[in-house]
Design a protein around this ligand. Structure first.
Ligand SMILES: Cc1cc2nc3c(=O)[nH]c(=O)nc-3n(C[C@H](O)[C@H](O)[C@H](O)COP(=O)(O)OP(=O)(O)OC[C@H]3O[C@@H](n4cnc5c(N)ncnc54)[C@H](O)[C@@H]3O)c2cc1C
Length: 417
């Protein structure tokens, strides 16, 4: 057991053991894992609780944006991270009625990493937690499902989790909920989110990959009937098939053959393997949601990442924002955690720093969803882009604006020295 944890009591009311730490992070996704590493490297005792036994999850994004690579660089980890198998994405192109339109090109960005790194998220998380394990004040507990808050007089003092063989309590000076879009901690706090409803759902399935296929990490295919996102997971293609909100029953009643035809029409390269889809059980339906909490904290507890603001997949920035939340949190409270002086106003400051960028990007996502995506999903025609807009995308400095937004967000975040 790590130095940070001392067994102080055992077997009380069916709880097998009670432990004490300084920061208890709930959820080993990008936000929680990075926060735990940042605190551990500065000597803060930290326990990271992850409900699953591994990091391998089907519904995960695999992108690491330039802003995060810069942070990895500041940590001295970028070169080793890039030794893990990955692909690089430098441009984004839309298939329009007038031909292909490249609307994002990251190559011109002033950074060592002018591309989106596409890497299995499980490997990224194993890398980050592997780094954290070097510090004796860090402890990772897998298979630890947090179920209750431990509270006294309105102050959160810790959590109770179900482990492999029973219940455990951990007391902490601060609990950070980084438990994602179905956050249990958010519900336990009774925080009500402000929701927006993206006009889409996603069918999520795999098709096999051949050595002769394109090497790119992420591709988009816009046909007349299907809008596909193709994620290169090297051994297979992870496909996101975007449909109108609530449209699954319609797709299903049209039949598997119609689905297969629409995939082939958008991505002819899959004609030789679309037959792999033989059963609806191979296809998961992801209900796309987006929301944010008016308040991200209460005494003794802070929520970050998707737990504080579920991001729409438009632009693929959820991981980026989750990690930026973690960095800002570490920047603002590491010293205070060490001194034992964290106050609720410090948690409020973290929300203030991160709320504006989150609101800006969610507004932008809503705008794109309501003005572009909804039109694309409601027609079988390829999208027509007005000439002035096409011309604007030819001007490099104009084209750099969406690239910059995608890569760094409105307020880039750096690690405090
Ligand atoms: C299908 C899909 C594709 C996506 N694609 C992209 C993409 O390409 N790029 C991108 O940037 N974003 C993408 N996103 C969004 C992105 O995955 C999220 O925004 C991001 O993962 C949020 O990180 P997080 O650490 O806040 O939460 P999560 O990644 O959700 O991590 C939360 C962790 O908490 C754990 N947990 C949950 N409850 C408990 C509990 N009670 N106790 C202990 N642990 C718990 C979970 O097991 C999980 O490991 C995608 C999302 C989906 C659903």
């Amino acid at each position: 057991m790590a130095d940070s944890i001392q067994e102080v009591r055992a077997d009380v009311h069916e709880v097998k053991s009670v432990a004490q730490t300084t920061c208890c992070v709930v959820g080993g996704g990008p936000a929680g894992a990075v926060l735990a590493l940042l605190l551990a490297r500065k000597g803060v005792p930290v326990v990271l609780l992850e409900a699953h036994m591994d990091f391998d999850r089907n519904f995960r994004g695999d992108t690491i944006h330039p802003s995060i690579m810069n942070i990895m660089d500041e940590l001295g980890l970028a070169d080793r991270l890039l030794q893990i198998r990955h692909a690089e994405l430098r441009t984004a192109t839309l298939q329009t009625a007038q031909g292909p339109l490249q609307f994002v090109n990251l190559s011109r960005l002033k950074t060592r990493y002018p591309y989106i790194t596409v890497m299995a998220q499980s490997q990224f998380l194993e890398f980050i937690t592997g780094e954290a394990k070097q510090y004796p004040n860090f402890q990772l507990i897998m298979g630890a499902q947090v179920d209750e808050l431990i509270e006294k007089d309105g102050l959160v003092q810790g959590v109770r989790y179900r482990g492999q063989d029973g219940w455990y309590d951990i007391y902490a000076a601060l609990v950070v909920g980084a438990d994602g879009r179905f956050s249990r901690l958010r519900r336990l706090c009774n925080f009500k989110p402000i929701t927006t409803s993206p006009p889409m759902d996603v069918l999520w399935f795999r098709l096999s990959r051949k050595d002769s296929d394109q090497e790119e990490g992420l591709l988009g295919r816009f046909g007349r009937k299907a809008r596909l996102v193709l994620i290169n997971r090297f051994d297979y293609w992870q496909i996101g098939y975007v449909i109108s909100k609530g449209g699954y029953q319609k797709v299903r009643s049209a039949g598997l053959e119609t689905l297969r035809e629409s995939i082939t029409e958008a991505a002819p390269e899959f004609a030789d393997r679309v037959g792999e889809l033989q059963d609806w059980k191979q296809i998961s339906v992801l209900s796309v949601e987006s929301d944010r909490l008016p308040r991200w904290y209460r005494p003794g507890l802070l929520l970050i990442g998707d737990a504080a603001h579920v991001m729409s997949p438009v632009g693929g920035v959820g991981i980026n924002y989750a990690i930026q939340d973690a960095v800002v949190t570490a920047n603002l409270i590491t010293d205070k955690l060490k001194n034992g002086t964290v106050q609720t106003k410090d948690l409020a400051k973290i929300q203030r720093r991160r709320e504006l960028p989150t609101r800006i990007i969610q507004r932008l996502q809503t705008f794109l969803q309501e003005n572009v995506l909804v039109n694309v999903l409601n027609t079988e025609e390829l999208i027509t882009v007005p000439l002035p807009f096409r011309l604007l995308t030819k001007i490099p400095i104009v084209r750099d604006i969406p690239a910059c937004m995608m890569a760094f967000g409105p307020f880039p975040v750096h690690l405090k020295k």
